[in-house]
Design a protein around this ligand. Structure first.
Ligand code: HSE
Length: 428
């Protein structure tokens, strides 16, 4: 007897599964209770199958999902094709056929996760997706199992390896945005279409999933405000350095009295904050909780072997459940009704980069504008001055989101200032 899996897709992550099955064979066999075998692999075309066979992959490649769904020997379907369709249809078919499903598909789980979780429960099968958030970091089980008795108040995460790699190269090596992107694609970090990586969408998917595991709330993806690294200018990177910070793309989930606030935005991180040291393709999830206090989970957030390792852990756990005949449990049992935080309860310091004409009095005029909205300033820096224009960068003391919206509107509608960027600033 063996536990048989059907792989959907054979890209970067999926091709790490045979490696792990071979390298870690005896441990996996011992913990799973049986050998785990790849029974069939779904690929797009017979050309893809021929190419993979010529590369030495000796599997039963099929091009129709039916071949996997109707194969009663297959216990677990492992979806690694990504994006919404046809992945959603294939996973639904597998669950309805009472096959357990493992997926690394953050897009799909962030948007349609609740529907698929319900379908898995109806059909009394398991649906696990540890690899969907932060690749090789075992953060979902940590939240749902190891921290089950703790109350989490905030989660901050560097959740997109591509963005973090690009930002690190832009800050430390002065690479251009395009150079950094080409390199991230070559290294297999970026998605084939990197839009979701660089616009903060990929990280926002992960924040949506973390909201369920950390706070029990399945918040709507649309409720997560997101911006990506594509809005960061080199002058922001330099100003942040001078002001004592490093810019990171940070996912932020915090619970206030009124509810949960979730966003992914470029954020100035103080150099002595643990997230400031998370560089290259590494990811980290920084958790604040009542019991443990502060803890950080750090590791590779993308790449073949790290992500495949998380996928394999789901497969081994499902195998254990199957062999022990245990009652099927949801991957995450924590559920509360969704409540979103009121804007005035969400506070943080803010960085503003404002272009002004290089004339006497502009700085005090800008300071007056902030004063009108009861915003006090912590640091002010005058950056470049050329062609009669100066860049003024400002870090405020804590302001709430209504004050933020007001000052952004005020600067935007002013005739003398141009708001170049406004980024959140983390406390130490
Ligand atoms: N493209 C993603 C990243 C891969 O760079 O983090 C993992 O979701």
């Amino acid at each position: 007897m063996a536990v048989k899996i059907g792989l959907l897709g054979f890209g970067t992550v999926a091709s790490g599964i045979p490696f792990l099955l071979k390298e870690n064979q005896s441990k996996i066999r011992e913990l799973a209770g049986e050998n785990i075998e790849i029974e069939k692999v779904l690929v797009r075309s017979s050309d893809d199958a021929d190419r993979l066979i010529s590369q030495g992959y000796d599997y039963d490649f099929v091009t129709s999902i039916e071949d996997i769904i109707s194969d009663h020997s297959i216990d677990i379907v492992v979806e690694l094709i990504g994006r919404i369709e046809p992945a959603k249809t294939y996973i639904s078919q597998a669950l309805k056929a009472q096959k357990h499903v493992v997926s690394a598909n953050k897009d799909l789980i962030a948007i349609h996760g609740q529907e698929l979780i319900a379908l898995a429960q109806e059909n009394e099968v398991m649906f696990a997706y540890e690899a969907a958030v932060a690749g090789g970091i075992p953060i979902l089980r940590t939240l749902s199992e190891s921290l089950m008795a703790d109350k989490i108040t905030r989660i901050l995460g560097v959740l997109n390896g591509t963005s973090n790699y690009m930002l690190t190269k832009m800050v430390e090596e002065n690479w251009t945005y395009d150079e950094a992107l080409v390199s991230a694609q070559k290294l297999g970090y970026a998605e084939s279409d990197p839009t979701n990586d660089v616009e903060g969408i990929d990280a926002a998917y992960k924040v949506a999933i973390l909201s369920q595991f950390g706070f029990g709330m399945a918040i709507d993806f649309e409720a997560i405000d997101h911006k990506g690294i594509n809005v960061i200018k080199s002058e922001d990177v330099n100003a942040a350095k001078e002001l004592g910070y490093v810019i990171k793309l940070v996912g932020d989930l915090q619970e206030t009295d009124s509810g949960l606030w979730a966003e992914v935005v470029p954020t100035l991180v103080p150099l002595n904050h643990p997230l400031a040291a998370v560089n290259d393709v590494m990811n980290a999830v920084f958790v604040e909780s009542v019991g443990v206090g502060q803890s950080m989970y750090y590791g590779p957030g993308a790449g073949q072997k790290p992500t495949a390792t998380s996928v394999m852990a789901d497969i081994v756990q499902i195998s254990q459940h199957m062999l022990e005949g245990k009652v099927v449990k949801p991957f995450n049992a924590y559920q509360r009704s969704v409540r979103l935080a009121e804007a005035e309860e969400v506070v943080s310091a803010y960085y503003f980069a404002v272009e002004a004409s290089d004339q006497p009095g502009q700085l005090s005029h800008l300071a007056q504008l902030f004063e009108e909205y009861a915003i006090s300033l912590d640091q002010v820096l005058q950056g470049r001055a050329d062609h009669g224009k100066a860049l003024i960068t400002v870090i405020t003391h804590s302001i709430n989101r209504n004050q933020l919206a007001d000052i952004v509107t005020a600067i935007d509608s002013s005739e003398v200032f141009v708001l170049e960027n406004a980024f959140k600033v983390l406390g130490e």
